[in-house]
Ligand binder design. Structure first.
Ligand code: NI
Length: 294
């Protein structure tokens, strides 16, 4: 009888032990499986997130120059090409003035200014345009036409931001993007930068490797929108002056139409900024700014 009880107890114990062992194994297996599936999940969710934050910056520098439009527009003026200035055409004794136009090009204004330049080709009338990249993208043909007429194209940065508030990298891209656009459109490397708002500091001088061209006659055309006062301001110029205007509003083109014959009448030669400084034997150097040539 005792033997029977012992065997029964042993059988029960065996059964209990086996059941516990099996539970342990299944527990360990279930512990492994969720972990492995979790890893797969993490890998899946990680893969489709690349680096989208970089693209906007790349976009702004990417397609600024649309050369097809440029070539279409340039061919229109092929017959009226002005070879521009011949080196040494002017001397230090010439009465010179450099009219400069900022913030363009704009259709309906820049083209009217160029019509006047063309009209006075016999008097070798030339001006300087400090263009912004945002506008060059819209009207590349106006930039090529200006260059073909012997006008100078200067760099007024891409977005017209205050350079003193930018990092070195931002500053360089603001300037270099526009220089590349001008190069592509005119086959000429720009040599002048006009900092937006005339704003500059030590960092700007150290970073922007171009001479900074300012002005000493501000016509305030952008603020008055009054051709009469723009004409009056411009006619106060003296030999070697740089005049500031903006090829943004039509009243500036109205004023320019009147300024040119009156300055010629007063014995001025209307030249580009580079022509004027060359004639006056004043070298234009990076790290410096210039208000006039004298
Ligand atoms: Ni400006």
């Amino acid at each position: 009888m005792l033997k029977k009880i012992c065997i029964l107890v042993c059988l029960v114990l065996f059964a209990v032990l086996t059941a516990t062992a099996c539970n342990d194994i299944s527990a360990t297996i279930s512990a492994i499986i969720p972990e492995s599936t979790e890893i797969i999940d993490i890998e899946e969710t990680q893969t489709p997130s690349p680096t989208p934050t970089l693209t906007p910056e790349i976009d702004t520098t990417a397609g600024p120059v649309s050369s097809p439009e440029a070539t279409v527009n340039t061919t229109g003026t092929a017959g009226t090409d002005d070879p521009g200035a011949t080196p040494g055409q002017y001397g230090p004794d010439d009465k010179l003035v450099a009219i400069t136009f900022d913030d363009g090009p704009y259709e309906g204004v820049t083209d009217r200014i160029l019509d006047v330049v063309e009209q006075y080709a016999a008097d070798d009338v030339h001006v300087t345009f400090f263009v912004i990249g945002l506008q060059v993208v819209k009207y590349p043909g106006l930039v090529s036409r200006a260059a073909k007429l012997g006008c100078e194209i200067g760099n007024h940065t891409y977005h017209h931001k205050n350079l003193t508030k930018l990092s070195k990298e931002e500053m360089l891209s603001e300037v270099e993007d526009v220089s590349e656009m001008i190069m592509e459109l005119t086959d000429t490397e720009p040599t002048l930068v006009r900092p937006p708002y005339g704003a500059r500091d030590e960092n700007v001088y150290a970073t922007v490797q171009y001479p900074l061209i300012l002005w000493d006659i501000d016509t305030l055309d952008w603020s008055t929108h009054d051709a009469d006062s723009t004409v009056e301001a411009a006619l106060k110029c003296e030999d070697g002056d740089i005049i500031l205007m903006h090829d943004v509003h039509s009243d500036t083109a109205d004023a320019f139409e009147r300024i040119v014959p009156q300055l010629l009448e007063k014995g001025f030669k209307l030249v580009t900024v580079s022509q004027m400084f060359e004639a006056k034997n004043i070298p234009l150097e990076p790290g410096n700014s210039y208000r006039h040539a004298r």
